[in-house]
Design a protein around this ligand. Sequence first.
Ligand SMILES: *Cc1c(COP(=O)(O)O)cnc(C)c1O
Length: 409
Amino acid sequence: MTRTAEYLDEVERCSARNYKPLPIVLERGEAAWVWDVEGKKYLDCLSAYSALNQGHRHPAIVRAAKEQLDRLTLTSRAFHNDRMGPFLHQLCELAGFAKALPMNTGAEAVETAMKAVRKWGYRVKGVPEGKAEIIGCENNFHGRTISIISWSTEPQYRDGFGPLTPGFTLVPYGDAAALERAITPNTVAFIVEPIQGEGGVIVPPAGYLKRAREICTRHGILFVADEIQTGLGRTGKMFACEWEGVRPDAMILGKALSGGLYPVSAFLADEAVMGVFTPGDHGSTFGGNPLGAAIGCAALRVLVEEKLADRALELGGWFLAELRKIGSPHVADVRGLGFLIGVEIRKASGAARPYCEALMERGILAKETHDQVVRFAPPLVIAKADLEWALPRIAEVLAMSFEPAMAAP
Ligand SMILES: *Cc1c(COP(=O)(O)O)cnc(C)c1O
């Protein structure tokens, strides 16, 4: 039995089956590359869903983490620590908000946003108690808690997990007129991904975010951007909303906020919204802990100092153009922005999964999202030479034919 087989067997015996990973066991990573337990090397084109924008084990972030491990790791918010303030200060300056509330996972920061906009609705807008409505988009992904899946349109995310949380309205993504029609006197916020990542790398029509922003302003509701996947350089701007010159009323960040070392997330807003929280309203034992804060400071510094958004713009744009040139009969669409790229496989050519498996066999790690789409989202520190190495291999795989598993007779 190989080490890989032994490990897969152990996981099959001991772990819940809530994932279906590719059959590869990784043990080491450096920048854009990872190594499995058999010693084989792979180019990471997933980056843990954009949590590794700075690459695996970025030396400056690892150094900051090690230094902090030798000083103080956790205080809880019952006491202050000397790292949280500087981290939030740096984050607010970068993102252009007055205040930030630190959490750990992305889903927690989304929950924080949902609580903030509801309370803002009651205390500032004057919505009758218990009536607040949040508008979201069909095909969204914002996380996995019960309240978040309550406004998902993916049946599998919801099936078997009810009763669900009320107070959500869904509109088609990319349709600003539908957003405007859905607004009622009790609407408090519109929460949106600037590009739908898990939904299949869906880029909305040009002008959508700008129009949505104007509609929210005109109707007195909050525009909240979930930039957990699109933010922090991924699309070629520090934040994807910048593509349309849009400033949201609040923003949700996670993933690359720690450069992949540790769960660090945040909800950002100005005092008009953040001011609704009073002591005891909300919290987290680990949120704002000094280890996460020290890591977050270093992770943000790397993004800025290494101009990773510019890298995503230039290299990602070039890579997207090269992928478009491949022109396989199995590819329905190649789309994206910066280094958030989706290659959609034609339904008639089967699912994206076998393409990901074939890429893996050739040393490239990518993961399908929503059955038909292969996502390419490498660490932003990736070298052009690595992409040049990958492109002919990707072309070879995209030319391959996989029979649909259940072909109609
Ligand atoms: C990944 C993601 C989340 C959830 O983050 P977790 O850390 O997995 O809880 C929320 N929103 C978007 C847009 C994401 O991509």
